[in-house]
Every structure is written in C-alpha cells, then in structure tokens.
Design a binder for this molecule. Structure first.
Ligand code: FAD
Ligand code: NAP
Length: 337
C-alpha cells in the first residue's frame, strides 16, 4: 500500500483533469482493504480504478483509493465453460486479451474498453451488443460501513442499460474486490457480429467464419479509428447514455424528424444520443478548452488544461439544447465527483 498526500489527479483520470487529491492510497493487494477498514479510512474513501468514467470538478478532500490489485484465475472448469476470477485492479482490456489467448469466449466484443475489472459491473459496461451482465457470474464486494464482504450473484446486481445497483441504490456503499465471469471454451463460443460495423469490417477482410480473436481484432480496429485516445485527447468515452424513450414519444419525434435513427429496447425505443447532439449543432464544437469530438459528439473532450467544471458546464449546455430541440432529456453516464 502506498499513501501520498496532496497529489495531482491528472495521471489518475483519462479526462486529464487536474485537481488536488488530499490523500491518495494505492492498493496492490486486497488484504490492504481490511487494514484501511480497521483504521477507519475505508468508510470515508472514494474508489478509483482506471479513472476512465469520472469527471473531477473539485479538489477531493476525502481519501481516494486507487485499486491496483491484479490477477486472473480460473476457479472452476467444465466441458463447456470456465469460471474466471478477476481482481478489481486488473486492467479490463488486458483481461480480454488474456481470455482470447486462452480461447475463452464471451468478452471479445468488449475489447479495448478502458478501465479496470472492478468498475465493469458499476455501469454494466457494454459494447457491440454485449454487456458484462451477459457473462457475469458474481461480484465480491466489501461493505465500506462494516468491512464485511458479500458475494452478489448476477441476478442480485440490478443490471440495466449502463447501470446497476452499485451505481444507483448502493452508490458509494460497496468496494468491488473481484468479479467472476463465465466464459465459453472452444467449440462452445457464440459469435456475435450483428452489431454496428463489425460485420462489414469482417466482410472487407473476407473472413466468413470469424474466431473470437478475429472479432476482438475487428472491434479494436473500429474503435481505434472512431474514438479519441485519452493519452492524446482527454475524454471519458460517451458522456451521456443513449436515451430510451416510450414508444408514444418516439412516434411523435419520428413524425417531426423522419430520419431519426432508432433501435427497439423492450417496449421502448433507444435513440443514439450522438445523433441528437449532432442535430443540435454540437458536433466538433470547441468551447474554450473543452469541446465535443469531431467524429463522435457523444464524447466530450479536454483540449488541454480544461477544468472539470468547464466540461460539466458544456455538458449542461448540450443537455438543455437537446431538451429544447427534441424534448428528450439526456442522462450523464460519466460519474461527476
Ligand atoms: P473509474 O473511472 O475509475 O470509476 C468509475 C466509477 O466506478 C466511479 O464512480 C468509481 O468510484 C467506481 N468504481 C471504480 N472501481 C470500483 C470498485 N472496484 N468498487 C466500487 N466502485 C468502483 N464504457 C462502456 O460501457 N462501454 C464502452 O465501450 C466504453 N468505451 C470507452 C471508451 C473510452 C475512450 C473511454 C475513455 C471510456 C469508455 N467507457 C466505456 C467508459 C469506461 O471505460 C468504463 O465505464 C469503465 O468500466 C470504467 O472503468 P474505470 O476503472 O476507469 O472506472
Ligand atoms: P455505433 O456503432 O455508431 O452505434 C450508435 C449507437 O446506436 C450505439 O450507441 C448503439 O447503442 C446503437 N446501436 C448500434 N447498432 C445497434 C443495434 N444493432 N442494436 C441496438 N443498438 C444499436 O456506436 P459507436 O459510438 O461506434 O460505439 C460502438 C459501441 O461501443 C456501442 O455499443 C457503444 O455503446 C460502445 N461505446 C461505448 C462508450 C462508452 O463510453 N459508454 C464509448 C464508445 C463506444 P449502445 O450504446 O446501446 O450499444
């Protein structure tokens, strides 16, 4: 465990926002968490993984725990699948690459999502038609109030579209220590290429019977061509969720905007937030040191030296403008601290 005082937050968040962390505690093994509980620190602390889904708008007076506990272990195996335990401080994309190397399937569509395994259940990470809830067996989490550790099975986590109980009714209560995924063994994979541009890209490469590695490589190539690399342009991925609206509201919108893209979402309809933001005139806009990404306006950008509050203010302007143009309320996906 490493404890530092008065540290710049810049290296700890992909937006590259610079605020002051009064106390930063880096954890490399889960046993350290018990020590932090007994010293009374855990109860007040905020938790950070890779910092790829936070916007820091103020100095952090409470201790910030950065999870760096690493490890991946197969804990159970059958003819068809394996249960794999991943430590919360384990980098997610490295875990995906590890799974592909072992020929374990199920998470290849979620290649190149930044951040750590421990944060993955928080917002039920998802990409290209797969969400972590589709492969998650259980989550072990420590109650910051009483130091006890619980194992929550998938059905207990309250997963929904980019949400879970960890982000809503249990917000700030639990520290996720590890996750367990059920991954398929060779000959039992389900390849999912129906979403977004994956199929097209595979066709271009003349791959007709893709392996999980082909899918992962394709997702990586598409993402690298579409999304800004946080190492060169600060961002936290999609700033807003894609709104899911009632069918009746959608029908009214469709009458006014016949080209509106849409996807069924149960009894409701999902509309790409990027389209709404683009139509409202925000694509590629630069506002002071902030802006929206020129290829994907759902991604808000720190062009260098921006304050978190300025990014937040931009998000508020976008939110109000989409609301006034379409009557649709965007919801922030990024966690604002
Ligand atoms: P952090 O940003 O460190 O934390 C996020 C939140 O979770 C915070 O509130 C934090 O307190 C809490 N938290 C973190 N770890 C724990 C823990 N162990 N226990 C309890 N609470 C914890 N997301 C997607 O879903 N799909 C995508 O395709 C996607 N693409 C992205 C692309 C880019 C370029 C970027 C920058 C982000 C993208 N994201 C995407 C968002 C982000 O990568 C994910 O939400 C990721 O899971 C965040 O992980 P993290 O470790 O960085 O979390
Ligand atoms: P895209 O493929 O251009 O699609 C635009 C939006 O339409 C996506 O947000 C997606 O919603 C939805 N969509 C596309 N095909 C769909 C289908 N067949 N069924 C239902 N919904 C469909 O999106 P993109 O921006 O390039 O992103 C690709 C994937 O990576 C998406 O899944 C996206 O969510 C994910 N991603 C997430 C983040 C993040 O920070 N959360 C950042 C970058 C990319 P969904 O969002 O529901 O998938």
């Amino acid at each position: 465990m490493v404890i530092k005082n008065n540290v710049s937050s810049q290296p700890y968040n992909t937006f590259g926002i610079d605020v002051n962390f009064s106390t930063l505690i880096e954890i490399t093994q889960r046993q350290d968490l018990q020590r932090l509980y007994h010293s009374g620190v855990l109860r007040q602390a905020q938790v950070l993984g890779g910092g790829s889904n936070v916007l820091l708008t103020a100095d952090q007076k409470e201790p910030v725990i950065v999870l760096k506990n690493q490890g991946i272990e197969v804990i159970q195996e059958s003819e068809v699948d394996v249960l794999v335990q991943m430590e919360s401080g384990q980098n997610w994309h490295q875990a995906v690459l590890w799974a592909i190397e072992q020929n374990y399937g199920g998470i290849e569509n979620m290649s190149l999502i930044p951040g750590n395994c421990g944060a993955a259940p928080m917002q039920n990470i998802g990409a290209y038609g797969i969400e972590i809830k589709d492969v998650l067996h259980s989550v072990s989490a420590m109650d910051k109030e009483d130091g006890s550790t619980y194992t929550f099975h998938n059905s207990e986590c309250g997963f929904g579209y980019r949400t879970s109980f960890f982000k809503t009714k249990w917000k700030n209560r639990y520290l996720i220590v590890d996750i367990v995924l059920r991954l398929t063994k060779p000959d039992h994979h389900t390849i999912n290429i129906s979403y977004g541009a994956i199929k097209e890209k595979l066709e271009e490469l003349a791959i007709t019977n893709p392996s999980i590695k082909n899918v992962s490589d394709t997702v990586i190539a598409i993402r690298q061509s579409k999304l800004p690399d946080p190492r060169t342009l600060g961002n936290a991925g999609s700033f807003f969720k894609n709104p899911v609206i009632p069918l009746a509201q959608f029908k009214k919108l469709l009458a006014l905007h016949p080209s509106i893209p849409n996807y069924p979402a149960g009894d409701n309809v999902k509309i790409p937030a990027a389209w709404l933001i683009d139509q409202a005139g925000w694509k590629g806009k630069v506002v002071g040191k902030t802006g929206t990404y020129k290829h994907q306006p759902l991604v808000l950008i720190n062009h260098g030296g921006a304050e978190g509050q300025a990014v937040y203010d931009l998000s508020e302007k976008i939110l109000l403008s989409v609301k006034s143009r379409f009557g649709v309320e965007l919801e922030r996906e990024v966690n604002v601290w």
